[in-house]
Design a protein around this ligand. Sequence first.
Ligand code: F6P
Length: 330
Amino acid sequence: MPDRLGVLTSGGDAPGMNAAIRAVVRTAASAGWDVIGFRRGFCGLIDDDALPLTPRSVANILQRGGSILDTAREARFRDEQVRRAACEVLDRRRCRALIAIGGEGTQTGASRLQAVWDGHVLGVASTIDNDLGGTDHSIGFDTACNTALEAIDRVRDTANALDRLFFIEVMGRNRGFIALAVAIGGGAEAVVLPEVELDPGALLEVIHGNYRRGKLSCIVVVAEGAHPGGARGLLDELDARGAGLRDLPGAGPRVTILGHIQRGGNPTARDRLLASRLACAATRAAIAGQGDRLFGVRGETICATPIADAVAEKKAIDPSLLELVNTLAG
Ligand code: F6P
């Protein structure tokens, strides 16, 4: 009977997860291994809800967003007894390894599973937030940034037409990686990040200075985690300070929350490539009998980090990118 590994996607879905599933299945098949996919992340592992995956059944998914295995955030997996029961499911299913595709929550679960299971657990870094350690880039980040940028470009058109101020809220959980990237790519006049303490006076000076210099619109990108009320809460706070934003051209500022559109859609070339490379490397490691590794990239090079170390790593934002936003705001 062929050797077998399991695969699951968990947490927030990210464009490129399907490309990763496909790469796991086809890499495994090329070595003569079987693959089963657990549905809805760790839920499927707990409930023994799985399906066989073959090179043919993963055809035509490379370019699709979401996850053919579905995904979930599963609180039950925090319980060690539940994790031990999941090990029995894996053993009964004859899985010698499990590949967990997801972000920080997923990899925390993966690391805890590895602590109680004799098989090998491998992680593949996948989250639009790009906040997971052990990698410079996670699967889905590039697509989410491109989706947000397309929306920001559209908002810029209408902002210019009305000389209007916009606060655009982007995802990122409690980190500002998406916000910083799209602030640069979208030519934002300012960015508000969870990592940098808000200075309302300085932000208002940027906004008012922008109009004084004759610019026709102003876009402030706000990371969702940068203010308790997101972009709306930020605007309310500035209003409460009597910031004079309602008197600016364009009949007052507007707030646009990009929300979950950033999670969907076809993965970019970069995410397809990253997903294919990372998932192939993780699968080869599983076949070689290695476990407890999170696969990511440093620069363009694939790297493997003990999963708990990757989860513990606090990724820093690059201060030179923040400086770039200010310099290029002109
Ligand atoms: O982690 C991905 C993410 O999209 C975050 O950016 C966001 O804060 C969160 O998930 C939203 O979660 P949900 O889909 O449960 O609303």
